[in-house]
Design a protein around this ligand. Structure first.
Ligand SMILES: Nc1ncnc2c1ncn2[C@@H]1O[C@H](COP(=O)(O)OP(=O)(O)OP(=O)(O)O)[C@@H](O)[C@H]1O
Ligand SMILES: [Zn+2]
Length: 481
């Protein structure tokens, strides 16, 4: 297995990655609050951790990937104030809260599937884990780190000295923007809710030792990650915007209850708009993935995201998307051309190209082992593509073409997720190639019988879905624009 280094937010440095159980990795990533369609920011978070997961698998680890879905307890204000986001949306759309959660849950996975993000091994939902959250809250009360007031339970921030270690904030400097009445019932305005009493008319409510209520947002991730990954799991991921208070609270809840918790914390940077403003549901400055996919192939969107590092900002605009479109087409077209050439290539090897291939594969792996440096990994694929295209102006033997194709599929496909997975039938390049040959044959037949209207109609229908036909002296070629 290669030595992998990752930037640990806890220590603020790159560290060699060593899992608790050799050969196995337990990884938890904070998922979305499902109250509206996903936007490009969510895609950056999920694609970033999908690539981490894929590279760890590629490096030989068995990975258990757990990513939650928040369907209760995420309030519109971080300081235990405001409405539950799901309930607010339910009122707006005149639907049951669980209808909202399910509607956007499926919408979210539809988008993630289009982006070729692998499904989590476990997708726990907060509403399905209320007993676990109550139990952890009880442990915290027993250990003197939490207290009940009037049916709500708060974590006592000053009872846990390391509070602030992830985000580098000092408890003394923390301010609370909490409303006066909630401030009053907290022993300290900086404390945060583990459990909230349900006021009259609050739909989502559960029985608890403190009366009817609902869990706070932070406690779900501590409870569910500990349940499925054990008390000292390897990697915890999420957006940088979650470092405080969400992740700080997750650490405090787990550690104060006596569980050592996650060892490496990794955070993706933000998708921004208009020069640095975070794309966010609540700010309303977002572009949904569904809207983007109307104009751009989801693989182009994925390519755009992996072209910048997960810890760098991705400023969203049309121009980089168009550049991603042509960049992605260059890689994919060369990969498809190698596939085509393989069918008729003579036996044999191409020593120069094989030397170059090895060099680019090594560079790719070194980049990925250095804190998942996807921009450098993509650059290695482009350099490979340049050398392949240059070699393809001459004759390249079968063995070498096969090695090149395997590299494209392993690095560009399995690791970066840019080509459909080899195991899946949908989007399988071989199936698509055969279908396209059938369509091209049909068009040829129409032309041979001078049925030009029909042949033109076929071409137009293909063009409508972005497939362009080119008639060359060697026959008709196709490509996706
Ligand atoms: N603009 C963004 N860039 C990168 N990651 C993001 C962005 N917005 C949200 N995320 C990440 O997506 C995940 C889900 O976030 P969440 O559901 O809270 O979305 P949100 O748009 O920030 O919502 P809200 O604006 O209501 O807080 C988190 O890991 C979060 O860090
Ligand atoms: Zn979380």
């Amino acid at each position: 297995m290669p030595d992998i280094y990752l930037y640990n937010t806890l220590t603020r440095q790159k560290e060699p990655f060593t899992p608790t159980t050799p050969g196995h990795v337990g990884m938890y990533v904070c998922g979305p609050t499902v109250y509206s369609d996903a936007h490009l920011g969510h895609a950056k978070a999920q694609v970033s951790f999908d690539v981490v997961r894929r590279y760890l698998k590629h490096a030989g680890y068995r990975v258990r990937f757990v990513s939650n879905v928040t369907d209760v307890g995420h309030l519109t204000d971080d300081s235990d104030d405001g409405d539950d986001k799901i309930l607010r949306r339910a009122a707006l759309e005149k639907l049951e809260p669980m209808e909202i959660a399910d509607k956007y849950y499926w919408s979210y996975f539809e988008d993630m599937t289009a982006l070729n993000v692998l499904k989590p091994d476990i997708t726990p939902r907060a509403t399905g884990h209320v007993p676990e959250q109550i139990k952890l809250t009880q442990e915290l009360i027993e250990k003197g780190h939490a207290y009940e007031v009037d049916g709500s339970v708060y974590f006592s921030v000053t009872s846990y000295a390391p509070y602030g270690k992830l985000s580098g904030r000092k408890v003394e400097d923390l301010v609370s923007g909490t409303r006066e009445d909630i401030r009053e019932e907290k022993h300290d305005p900086r404390d945060f809710a583990l459990w909230k009493r349900a006021e009259k008319g609050h739909i989502m409510r559960w029985d608890s030792p403190w009366g009817e209520g609902f869990p706070g947002w932070h406690i779900e991730c501590s409870a569910m990650s500990l349940k499925y990954l054990g008390e000292n799991f390897d990697i915890h991921g999420g957006g940088m915007d979650l470092q405080f208070p969400h992740h700080e609270a997750e650490i405090a809840q787990a550690e104060a209850a006596g569980h050592p918790f996650a060892r490496y914390w990794i955070h993706n940077n933000m998708v921004t708009v208009q020069g640095g403003e975070k794309m966010s549901k609540s700010k309303g400055n977002f572009t949904t993935l569904k809207d983007l996919f109307e104009k751009y192939d989801p693989m182009v969107v994925r390519f755009l995201l992996v072209s910048s590092h997960y810890r760098s900002i991705t400023e969203f605009s049309e121009e980089p998307l168009r550049a991603a479109q042509s960049g992605y087409a260059r890689l994919r077209d060369t990969m498809l051309e190698v596939k085509r050439r393989l069918e008729t290539a003579p036996e044999g090897r191409h020593a120069t190209l094989e030397g170059q291939l090895k060099q680019h594969v090594d560079t790719f792996n070194e980049a990925m082992s250095d804190d998942f440096n996807t921009p450098e990994a993509v650059a290695a694929l482009f350099n490979l593509t340049r050398d392949v295209n240059s070699a393809l102006t001459g004759s390249v033997g079968k063995e070498t073409l096969q090695a090149v194709l395997d590299a494209y599929l392993a690095l560009g496909g399995d690791v970066l997720g840019l080509f459909a997975d080899r195991s899946s039938d949908t989007g399988n390049p071989e199936v698509i190639q055969t279908l396209m040959e059938l369509v091209i044959d049909a068009r040829q037949n129409y032309r041979a019988t001078r049925e030009f209207q029909k042949s033109d109609a076929l071409r137009a229908r293909l063009s409508a879905i972005g497939v362009v036909l080119e008639d060359t002296p060697q026959g008709t070629r196709w490509k996706i624009q």
